[in-house]
Design a protein around this ligand. Structure first.
Ligand SMILES: [Zn+2]
Length: 268
């Protein structure tokens, strides 16, 4: 207990070879967060959600990838590790932008005829995102397209002056037909047309971590398929609630969306 107490009093970034390490050095609301511990098997709790650690083949350390809720304010958050260790993690402030978009009116006030469809698709997503499988991702996450990033994560958007929502992903400019690749190893949970998402693929990477690919024009995979990192899973398009052709790339951990750009830069 004494050892744990002393560690908790140290800033995490200064711990060096300490048993617990945290990436990125300054996690912020909406950032991915990687915890690694020297000894395993380990478990823990973060953001009121269970953390599952898996042993990294290269470093032999036990790692768990999670997210910081983007609705949180900067300040201390508690990481609980199995066995009773409590660690304070400082969440740094981060400013997100605001923006206005104009889309087809049917995506702001959906006609009655599609409400059933929207409700059915909500259930499909709910079931998919409740999946908790064994960790399949390994190594760094790769960009799903080699094109320019056009719209960042976290922007508070107003659609047609009405609907407000937070942009829960990162957009890549992509001419229709651009090959879209799996960001990491995993299994296809969803590969179908949906009302808002358009052509939609969801990959399960294990431990409640999912990547989402929206507005696609063509599928190269089907639900249930296992995919390798970098495999072409679809072609980009302009389907669903869009202002033009692009890829929307989302990353979710147990219901929390994270900033994909930071995940793509993390040395995992
Ligand atoms: Zn988007």
């Amino acid at each position: 207990m004494l050892r744990r107490t002393l560690l908790a009093a140290l800033p995490l970034a200064a711990q060096g070879t300490a048993p617990l390490r945290v990436l990125p050095e300054k996690p912020f609301p909406g950032s991915p967060i990687l915890f690694s511990v020297a000894d395993g098997p380990a478990s823990g709790t973060w953001m009121e959600r269970p953390l599952t650690f898996a042993q990294d083949e290269k470093t032999k350390r036990w790692v768990a990838l999670a997210a910081v809720n983007y609705e949180l304010k900067a300040g201390p958050q508690i990481l609980e590790l199995g066995g009773g260790g409590k660690h304070t993690v400082q969440i740094a402030p981060h400013a997100y932008r605001t923006g206005r978009l104009t889309v087809a009116p049917r995506f702001v006030s959906p006609p009655k005829a599609v409400l059933k469809r929207i409700a059915a698709e909500r259930e499909i997503k709910k079931t998919a995102f409740a999946t908790r499988s064994k960790r399949a991702w390994a190594g760094p996450f790769a960009a799903p397209a080699g094109t320019a990033r056009t719209s960042p994560f976290g922007t508070r958007r107003t659609y047609n002056g009405k609907t407000q929502s937070v942009h829960q992903g990162l957009d890549f400019g992509a001419a229709i037909g651009t090959p879209i690749r799996a960001s990491n190893h995993g299994r296809v949970l969803i590969a179908q047309e949906m009302y808002y998402e358009g052509g939609f693929v969801v990959l399960d990477h294990g431990d409640g971590l999912f990547t989402l690919y929206m507005h696609l024009s063509k599928f190269e995979v089907a639900a249930g398929d296992a995919v390798e990192k970098g495999a072409v899973i679809a072609a980009s398009g302009s389907s669903g609630r869009v202002t033009g052709p692009h890829l929307h790339f989302g990353v979710q951990w147990q219901g929390l969306y994270m900033e994909p750009g930071t995940l793509l830069e993390m040395a995992l």
